[in-house]
Ligand binder design. Structure first.
Ligand code: ARG
Length: 464
């Protein structure tokens, strides 16, 4: 960045001009200019409050507000040109300098009882509140898609995995509801963060509060803040809400990266549990046969930068003395990047999910290949009085016997079953069917279709 255009707002005690490199290093303008609207709105409310509290006259306040509205109009008409012409240390200084240019000395009254320390955090909270609301609505939509698909696949049978080894049969609906749950908790977290973001910090001054009788309640209601910060030192240094948001975003993306990993795997030649519609897949520049799952790969990959932003913010805050320190200026690029990325991730995840086809036949075929009903065979004996540990051992031997002979449970004759345990009866044939395994898991929260339907009903009723 070249030298800033206007005289510095704080140049009074300085004899020499600042070095160009200082200006470049110090400036946040290139990234915080996106807060221009929030800055102007908060300044308008502040000017109103100054008049309301008789700190400046109504006439002066109106003049300031007119000037600020004019600046807003200027920026919205020609943003690039405005930013180029009005480059400054940060957006707050740029707006204030332009105001003074526009309306003269009255503009110099706007900063009465205000510091950029309480101003920047007010702007940021004001901005983040709206962004969190957007994230919440995108998250709700994605959660809704998982729910819709669960409804459609409440009784679709597939293998369930632990250690990525076939473990027990499950319903696809149950699997989809697993993500509905994770996203539901994510939603709760964003709502909680919204509460803690919804705090007015203006009126805290640089750190100690202000001697002007600023009516903070009036200001809070003008800006639609629900709460007012309790401690001016905390107000200008607190970035917990931002950190929470970075954490919520990281965790949300971790959930989505887990799902993305499964979609990548299920899309392979080996699994073929899903097919991705052409509009949501990419090709290879070299291998003509390829159809690549770039979307879930990128969703998975985004975790790196999102966790990086969280770690970055945690590190900035570690050991910071109270109250405001310039280190805190580094908060913005991290939160901007995380918010921008999670919004697109949520959006594309939803579209991607709506555009995959679940290959039910392939899932069913795969679930019937191995020994996925082994637990049920052990449970069969246990329900006839055999202690579970013994039953487990017996079934382990049956599995080994089958593997050696390249056979499956369904291929065993009754006398073979009985050679392992006399309590096996004809009904074992029915018990080892995947449908029976699934239907029997009809406990609250279990995978049986009847339970999946109940879980969907509960999910539909949840307030959030
Ligand atoms: N650009 C600064 C930031 O983003 C604004 C606050 C500056 N305060 C100060 N005392 N230099 O944190």
């Amino acid at each position: 960045m070249s030298k800033t255009n206007d005289k510095k707002l704080w140049s009074g005690r300085f004899k020499e001009e600042t070095a160009t490199i200082l200006d470049e290093f110090n400036s946040s303008f290139n990234f915080d200019k996106r807060l221009y609207k929030e800055d102007i709105i908060c300044s308008i409310a502040f000017a109103k409050t100054l008049a309301h509290c008789k700190i400046i006259s109504s006439h002066e306040s109106e003049e300031i507000i007119r000037g600020l509205n004019k600046i807003l109009e200027e920026i919205e008409t020609e943003p690039q040109a405005w930013f180029e012409k009005n480059k400054n240390e940060d957006i707050h200084s740029a707006v204030e300098s332009r105001l003074i240019n526009l309306i003269g000395d009255t503009g110099k009254k706007l900063h009465t009882g205000r510091s950029r320390n309480d101003q920047v955090i007010t702007d940021l909270r004001f901005w983040l509140k709206e962004e969190v609301k957007l994230i919440i609505s995108l998250l709700k939509e994605l959660r809704g898609t998982f729910l819709n698909l669960a409804r459609k696949h409440y009784d679709t049978i597939m293998p369930g995995y632990t250690h990525l080894q076939q473990a027990q049969p499950i319903t696809l609906g149950h699997y989809l509801l697993c993500y509905e749950q994770k996203l539901h908790r994510d939603l709760e977290r964003f709502f909680q963060t919204l509460e803690r973001t919804d705090v007015l910090t203006l009126g805290s001054g640089a750190l100690a509060g202000t001697s002007y009788p600023i009516d903070r309640k009036f200001l809070a209601s003008e800006l639609g803040f629900k709460n007012i910060s309790e401690n001016s030192i905390d107000a200008v240094s607190d970035r917990d809400f931002l950190l929470e948001c970075l954490f919520n975003i990281s965790l949300l993306n971790i959930h989505l990266s887990q799902w993305a990993e499964e979609m990548i795997l299920w899309n392979t030649e080996e699994f073929k549990f899903i097919s991705i519609s052409d509009a949501y897949a990419t090709g290879s520049s070299m291998m003509p046969q390829k159809k690549n799952p770039d979307i879930p790969e990128l969703i998975r990959g985004k975790s790196g930068r999102l966790i990086g932003n969280l770690t970055g913010m945690l590190t900035i805050l570690k050991g910071l003395p109270q109250a405001y320190n310039k280190d805190l200026q580094e908060d913005k690029e991290l939160i901007f990047d995380s918010v921008d990325n999670i919004k697109i991730v949520l959006h594309i995840s939803n579209e991607f999910l709506q555009n995959i086809t679940f290959n039910k036949d392939k899932m069913y075929e795969s679930v019937n290949r191995g020994f996925i009903s082994a637990t049920d065979v052990a449970d069969y004996l246990t329900k006839k009085g055999v202690p579970f540990r013994i039953a487990h051992e017996v079934v382990g031997k049956i599995v080994a016997y089958c593997i050696e002979r390249n056979r499956q449970f369904k291929d065993l004759s009754m006398s073979e079953w009985n050679s392992f345990h006399k309590l096996f009866g004809d009904d074992i044939i029915e018990k080892i069917k995947v449908e029976s395994c699934i239907n029997s898991r009809n406990i609250y929260g279990g995978t049986a279709p009847e339970e999946v339907i109940k879980a969907i009903q509960r999910a539909e009723k949840r307030a959030i």
